[in-house]
Design a protein around this ligand. Structure first.
Ligand code: AMP
Length: 182
């Protein structure tokens, strides 16, 4: 179940480009203008619900922080649990972590060790607002699998197709993007 052209246009038109944020040369895709547009946010969430209700998911996992907005709403619509994949040092219980490279330096994401343990071999959808290099999503997918669950698909509202993130992540999990930026 994919987006219609009309739905895709509504989403594309609701995402704002901010030039040179957070540093020169970056075009930041601002999704706050999608969230505060009731029609666009509705089109998005209804589409995600229609697509993923067929998947028999056990959990939705969202990446810190914008993945929480879409992921938590979708989990509630699907009637499944939500798991936050957080930046290092934020989760209070025992965690497992995975480091990944940034342009300068490294970062790390974590999940609680028992986040998926209530359901054996849980099927998990990973979600974030955007995939660029794919480093964050790749680390998050690894964590889901290390925690005893299976990342069956990764979903991004926006995919930057001029980078290799989507191609690389496809070696690990199915990847679904709604709006592509070339
Ligand atoms: P990456 O690990 O390189 O795929 O980066 C993905 C993360 O960085 C996501 O959580 C995005 O929210 C954020 N991000 C990277 N590039 C952009 C961009 N051009 N506009 C908005 N967010 C971005």
């Amino acid at each position: 179940m994919n987006l219609s052209n009309t739905e895709r246009k509504i989403l594309e038109n609701s995402i704002r480009d901010i030039k040179d944020f957070p540093k020169p040369g970056i075009i930041f895709k601002d999704i706050t203008t999608l969230l505060n547009d009731a029609e666009a946010y509705g089109v998005l969430m209804n589409h995600l619900y229609t697509r993923y209700k067929e998947y028999n998911l056990d959990y939705v996992a969202g990446i810190d922080a914008r993945g929480f907005i879409f992921g938590a709403a979708l989990a509630q619509m699907l009637g499944v649990g939500f798991v936050p994949v957080r930046k290092k040092g934020k989760l209070p219980y025992t965690t497992i972590g995975e480091k990944y490279s940034l342009e300068y330096g490294i970062d790390e994401v974590e999940v609680h060790i028992d986040a998926f343990s209530k359901i054996p071999d849980a099927k998990v959808l990973l979600i974030d607002d955007l995939i660029a290099t794919g480093g964050t999503a790749n680390a998050a997918a690894n964590l889901i699998n290390q925690a005893g669950a299976k990342c069956v698909e990764s979903c991004f509202i926006i995919g930057l197709t001029f980078l290799d993130g989507i191609k690389n992540l496809k070696e690990k999990t199915d990847v679904y993007t709604l709006v592509e930026v070339n």
